[in-house]
Design a protein around this ligand. Sequence first.
Ligand code: HAM
Length: 433
Amino acid sequence: MAINCPEGTRDLLPDEMAFWTSFKACATDIFSRYGYLPLETPIFEQTELFVRGIGEATDVVSKEMFSAVSGENLKRLMAGESIKSKSKLSLRPEGTAGVVRAVVQHDLVPQGSAPAKLMYAGPMFRAERPQKGRQRQFNQVGIECLGADDPSVDAEGIIMLMRFYEAIGIPVAHTRLLINSMGCESCRPAYRELVRAYMDEHKDELCDECSRRAEINPLRAFDCKNPACAAAMEHAPKITDHLCDDCKAHYATVKSYLDAAGLTYVEDYKLVRGLDYYTRTVFEVQVTEGMGSQNAIGGGGRYDKLAQEVGGRPTPGFGFALGYERCVLALEAAGFSFPAAQRCDVFVACVDDSARSLAFSLVQDCRDGGLIAEMDHQNRSLKSQFKLADKLGAAHVVVLGPDEIAQGEVVLRNMETHDERRVALDDVVGALR
Ligand code: HAM
């Protein structure tokens, strides 16, 4: 039986690869205008990084991480032996923890320096139940800014992301920007207790999962998809009524910058996000047309304690990640399909075998001259070579046969206009360029 790709993964075939490449180029173009520079971190990290960074109680860490162990360590584990903590590895479920680890490890934000503005693109892995828009391997493009807690960082990040969606072709009218503030270490603990107490009072209305959450992670109950929980949490205390003065002022300034940029947003006090590192600003961008339940195409926020959490000095941070595959779904809902990746400037067709070795050299000369050139590799008839040239979308076809070789001239056919002209054999590249 043929083997298919694992559930929750997909192949990016050539047409899509061309689009994915241009998608990343578009992000790099826009994000670089805001000072973001690319970096790449490993696809796997020590499990400990995600446990400490993202939070042990989050779904992402407690249920969805893929472990990565070497064969040797796997044998040890199977034999009931323990392995060194350093050898416990996981495929990255997201990019932030790894980037912050790299910033700390390489001291990219020395005291008194400008913030480090970094961007990344690549695969992330979460063992979620696959469905439309939810995969086990998916691609994110993200940014992280470390070293500044000013609300202008949050606002310019959100504006930059919305500019990207627009540039890539996701209709602004199909998007909804949700924002919230999660407070900080001085106001959130008291608020969490309020929510926990509220959940205790409403225990009977909440699902088992939320009852469990009340103990370890009460704010996650705001995210529960169960309609009874949603109804019960509707009247829970709102974080925005319990922010300290500094968080209130920070949030107000973020909003004033968004207003000044003319962005429309919805304040959603229920937006808590699924990762534990957030402080203050959080946001999410959803698509309102044709996406189903997995409609978040990007999200992020501020994480002023994460660098310390992974062993660095206090370094405030802000970032976001967008989901490439979900952006494709949003684009497809708006009528987009991948343009053909295949391009061909010239196809060199042979009248018979006597022209093949010259055709081979001519194709090579064309490629060396910067053209995308192709010839037949399957002994096709001249007619079917023309069909192939058509299929490849060749802009021109050069016909090479004994007469052409004898005269040192070839026929150059423009496949769109069907015009033909004779060109000296040694001038084909020049004529085409
Ligand atoms: P996140 O909200 O977990 O945030 O993921 C960001 C985006 O990745 C989502 O909005 C969605 O588009 C996409 N995504 C997430 N899970 C899946 C999945 N299973 N299948 C397909 N797409 C998915 C983060 O990952 C944070 N690291 C963002 C961040 C950066 N916060 C601060 N800095």
